[in-house]
Design a protein around this ligand. Sequence first.
Ligand code: SF4
Length: 350
Amino acid sequence: MIQHAHTAREMAASEIVARDSAPDRDSRRWQDEMADLVTDPTELLALLGLDRAQLPAALGASDAFALRIPRPFLSRIRPGDPRDPLLLQVLPGAPELEVSPGYSADPLAEGEANPVPGVVHKYRGRLLLIAAGQCAVNCRYCFRRQFPYGDNHLNRAQLRAALDYIRAQADLREVILSGGDPLVLNDRQLARLVDELAAIPQLDKLRIHSRLPIVAPSRITDTLLGWLTGSRLKPVLVLHCNHANEIDSAVRAALQKLRAAGVTLLNQAVLLKGVNDSAVALEDLSEALFDAGVLPYYLHQLDRVQGAAHFEVDDAWALALVEQIRQRLPGYLVPKLVREIPGERSKSPL
Ligand code: SF4
């Protein structure tokens, strides 16, 4: 069932947002940013003053999984530095094309927990609704880089079926809007979806997993705050930020708006070789998150998806890093080091 989701560079260039018919000024800004992503490796190397010798590998890897970077995120990458920790997360490269034993297209076996299109139901009390099949940024280590979004795209009838499935789960408390990135949907679509969920009596929380407030903070508009905080469901936003350099003043301002509106903000990071695999980087990340009003929640060991083996940090070093930051930071700034194991009823602490 699992197959390539982003098979061509051209997919990166297609517009990823279904625009509002009459967007207000704030919505126009983020929607314009989504329509102006950097999707061409040639442009990326030129903008950052990087060696064109990397171009053939970048083109090859972006054919398998498209290049996609919002320009606000690009502006935080140091020009001329091929080791920049933000660049390494988004630049396609030759190691992605190597086949690594023990790595697969569907490392979390989500294909086996997919009762109806658009729903991934692995854990008790909560489930994922794959609300969108695209992201604003394509992270090279993404465990869903080969997720069959095409099979899970929700047309009207499938959304009905997904909501019927949710309604029938009496022990469910929380729906997690995931993707892709659910915040690439426009506010009209999201408001409608939240209305439907709020009408399901056993739900009391709405969780959103999104990297958009980090990579394109203009997405946090007043209209978004309206539907996110305007229902009876308690809103929780789990961000995805891996390095302190990802948090600039625009991100801090967006997160401040969310907090002021009463949204609980948590972060999950992925431990990535070359990006954040040092105690200093993890300590700086926790401090920068807290400074922006976000609690570090999870630090994930890499999910073994084909094409991402070069990012893996071995367990012994991961544990040593967490021990080092435990000695330097208060407990609430030490994220839980976890691995997701297919078939387990929750994430597994290391
Ligand atoms: S934002 Fe999340 S889902 Fe999207 S590519 Fe990055 S890691 Fe994957």
